[in-house]
Design a protein around this ligand. Structure first.
Ligand code: PMP
Length: 412
């Protein structure tokens, strides 16, 4: 007898019953067709790596120490990598001990661990609105509720954070932490200013609220340095999460958490129950890369390529977008957040955009509460500058048509 997936509906655990495919996943299948200009993904431009050299480095690594690289490892991650991670963090003003670093399978598992460690069903997580779709997935799987705190061009608005916190407390809700991406945010592309960093830290400190600081993009600034991370300013109560996905390569799936010492053991045990140990192979590749290759030069190459692509995106938007469309101006990272004129719906527009051979991610994917219709996320790290311009040209055409259609309906 054949069974369909639906036959399993009654058997699912409660925590997966509300799971739905993210907007991004659903889009990838069509967005990857060659005739479509995809501004939808979030892929680093790994072709900018010296792939031949990385290949020989990996070959040598296996020949010389394959017995370790291909073996099981320890749950917390390899010591040499944790030491190097501490050196990287000290570049941005963070002091931490290798003892308090837990290596994870990308930043995504770091988020998952934090969710497993702290969230019970019904707990509240405060997060920027919009926020990273993968974090929403983690919080939803933990059956927590995300309450969004609005941002503007300077990042999270401290007064709005205070209000959201007070409203949750007044409603008797248990707020577990603030999840924030302060630098070159995904998806909004904005950066929390120096003053606001201090204000946000003060608010959370007064309220006894933990902060989960997610910083995959902090080293991808196009000019000058980003403001120092929150964790560089306060040691207590801030969990710092980062990853090698954007500074080296996402295919290796290596990230980390710098956690307050007291929770380190629980984090390691949670991770061991989840994955046993992170990949020794991937960790060895990264350690060798950091030890033997000019990684700072590579970082500069990424910054320069993305900076040029950001400029191409900004110029194309300014030249081609119809009146009433606005967008952020990222100083780093991979994304621009665009806002459509009132009354247009970026999600409803997706099929028309795909028909016009351009893809983006509608804003609704980045909110847990179903809002975000007027927004879209545009990626500029992967497509070449001419493709970006062509994509924006197609998108502008679709938006113009939508606006015209809406005007006709309103007039009728
Ligand atoms: N956090 C944020 C804000 C991200 O944008 C991403 C990747 N898009 C991640 C975490 C996870 O990245 P990875 O698992 O590749 O390290």
């Amino acid at each position: 007898m054949r069974t369909t997936l639906d036959d399993y509906t009654d058997r699912y655990a409660h925590r997966v019953s509300g799971m739905t495919a993210s907007e991004i996943r659903a889009l990838f299948a069509v967005a990857n067709r060659p005739e479509v200009v995809s501004l939808a993904g979030g892929m680093p431009y790994v072709a900018a790596l010296p792939l031949d050299t990385v290949g020989s480095m990996i070959g040598q690594l296996i020949a010389q120490s394959g017995d370790v690289a291909l073996q099981y490892g320890v749950g917390q991650g390899m010591l040499e990598l944790r030491e190097r991670i501490c050196e990287l963090m000290s570049d941005v003003g963070i002091e931490g001990s290798p003892d308090d670093v837990v290596v994870t399978i990308g930043g995504q598992q770091a988020l998952d661990l934090v969710g497993r460690l702290f969230l019970d069903p019904g707990d509240v997580v405060l997060a920027e609105g919009p926020t990273y779709v993968g974090a929403l997935g983690v919080f939803q799987a933990a059956q927590a509720e995300v309450v969004h705190v609005p941002m503007d061009d300077d990042g999270l608005i401290p007064e709005a954070l205070e209000e959201a916190l007070a409203a949750c407390v007044a409603a008797g809700r248990r707020v577990k932490f603030l999840y924030t991406i302060p630098t070159y945010q995904n998806p909004a592309g904005v950066t929390l200013t120096e003053e606001r960093r201090e204000a946000v830290l003060d608010i959370c400190e007064r309220a006894g609220l933990l902060i989960i600081e997610d910083d995959p993009y902090g080293r991808l600034g196009f000019h000058g340095e980003a403001p120092r991370p929150l964790r560089a300013r306060r040691r207590d109560g801030v969990f710092y999460l980062s990853t090698f996905s954007k500074t080296f390569a996402p295919g290796l799936r290596v990230g980390w958490i710098l956690a307050p010492h007291a929770v380190r053991d629980k984090l390691v045990m949670t991770s061991e129950a989840n994955i046993l140990c992170p990949s020794n192979f991937a960790q060895s590749v990264i350690t060798t890369y950091l030890r033997t290759m000019p990684w700072r030069e590579q970082l500069k190459a990424y910054q320069q390529i993305y900076g040029e692509r950001r400029d191409a995106m900004m110029a194309s938007l300014a030249d081609l977008m119809p009146e009433g469309v606005s967008w952020t101006r990222p100083d780093g990272g991979l994304f621009v957040w665009a806002t459509l004129p009132d009354g247009l719906d970026a999600k409803a527009m997706v099929p028309r955009a795909i028909a016009a051979r351009v893809a983006y991610v509608p804003g609704t994917g980045f909110y847990a509460d179903g809002t975000g219709q007027r927004h879209m996320r545009l990626n500029f790290s992967y497509p070449a500058p001419e493709r970006i311009r062509e994509g924006v040209r197609r998108l502008a055409g679709v938006i113009e048509q939508e606006a015209a259609m809406r005007a006709v309906f309103q007039g009728a």
